[in-house]
Every structure is written in C-alpha cells, then in structure tokens.
Design a protein around this ligand. Structure first.
Ligand SMILES: [Zn+2]
Length: 132
C-alpha cells in the first residue's frame, strides 16, 4: 500500500513523511516559508498548516523541502511538484502532484512515462478531509 511508504526530497534525500503526513514548506503571500502538511494516505485530500495561508482553489502553491529548502517544482514536468517514493532503498519512484489548490492530479513516473497510479492521491485543497 502506498500509505505505508515514505516520501523523500529529490534534492537532499531528507525524509518528508511522519505520522502519516507529508511535511513541506510553502511560500506564503508574504514570501515567507510556512509549514504545510498533506495526508500521506492516498485519497485524503486537503492540507493542514499552522499559518493562515489564505489560499483558494486555483492558486498555485510553491512547495519547498523542509530540510534543504529546495523548490520541489519538477524540472522535467514544471506543472508539478516532485517527491520521491521509496518502496525499498533500491526502488524509488518519482511522484508528481499538482501544486494548484483544488486540482487532484497525481502521477507516478515509470520508465520515463507519466502514469496514473490508481486514482489521484494527493491534492492541496482548502479543507483537510477524507473522501470516499
Ligand atoms: Zn531537500
């Protein structure tokens, strides 16, 4: 199950997952970095933050690594945020999700192709709630 796997920064390899959440820094409208958490459980959409981000559907959010602070925008697919999913230390998948609030679009890169892995599984949305 994807929910049991850990996600890592593609730049510094820091682990981003803890307590079934993926921890990011995001750029606020004041150009500060604030904590933002997405559920690491596929199908649980939305975000939590200790900062009033004032984001609404359609807003693009800039994601950064909590450790090295690198911008996590994918170089190959600039419309997406890229994180690494480690199934085992040798088996690493690139996971792409949309940084647009309200867009539920998620891909996994397999053999250099963007493929759907089951349903879309991560999205930053206004409310952090379970669906389905
Ligand atoms: Zn990093």
């Amino acid at each position: 199950m994807l929910a049991n796997y850990d996600y890592y920064c593609p730049h510094c390899d820091a682990k981003l997952t803890a307590d079934r959440q993926i921890h990011f820094l995001v750029c606020t409208t004041n150009f500060e970095l604030a904590n933002l958490y997405l559920s690491a459980v596929p199908g649980e959409y939305g975000h939590r933050s200790d900062y009033d981000l004032k984001i609404k559907n359609g807003d693009r959010v800039e994601f950064h690594c909590t450790s090295c602070r690198a911008n996590l925008q994918s170089k190959t697919y600039p419309d997406f945020v890229e994180i690494h999913l480690k199934v085992t230390p040798e088996v690493v998948f690139e996971v792409l999700f949309s940084p647009i609030c309200g867009e539920k679009i998620t891909y996994v890169i397999m053999e250099n192709e963007m493929v759907k892995y089951r349903d879309d599984f991560y999205s930053i949305m206004r409310n952090y709630k379970k669906t389905g």
